[in-house]
Write a protein of this length. Sequence first.
Length: 232
Amino acid sequence: MTILQVVQGAATVLGIDVPTLVYGSTQRELVEMQVLANEMARRIADVNDWQVLKTIKQYDGDGVTGDPVGFALPDDYDRMLVTASVWSSQWTWNLNHITDSDQWLEMQVVPFTFIYGNWMIYGGAYHQLPIMPVGSNVKFFYISNLIVRASDNSTKTEFSADDDTFRLDEHLLKLGIIWQWKASKGYPYAEDMTNYERRLAQVLNQDTGSKPIVSGRPRFNWWWPGSVRGVV
């Protein structure tokens, strides 16, 4: 379903003229619809770690890059997954995510002997300590900001042509446009918002992406191959 068809479906419910052209039109009503479609698409993308937007990134160690010079984030980087972990070829466990800036500075200036890797994103780059040696690498999932597909099958961040399609659920997008349009015009919209929320719940349950509520990490079946001594 193209964005033109989505808007046409919404227009039918809203009781406004059904357009034959949306993007490229200078008519105020349709310009508002252009903005609303992109705004609602962005909101939907932000709700969940949608599986279709999940992308794997790999950084290869060169013995130099890591910190203070970090690895450039992917061009389509939107955010890390809610349950994001970074895995390294150097260790059998995931790297430690540092979120406190002072803690990262401490690791830079205090003579540490690192027993595991640490990572942090700042300054628009991925940073890691200790520096990855040549031949090692790290991998992680991130969420892409390319939520729209063009007619030539390329992807982009927002709608700009009538034959663009939404990479997520088009019906959810239509319902979102309907309730938000009514809300912006001062019309009753409670029922329409409920319809949107019900559809959102359905789509969330159908998607294999992780939800933004984290209750804990699953247990691993790893076992320690050695022996523990001196335990009473």
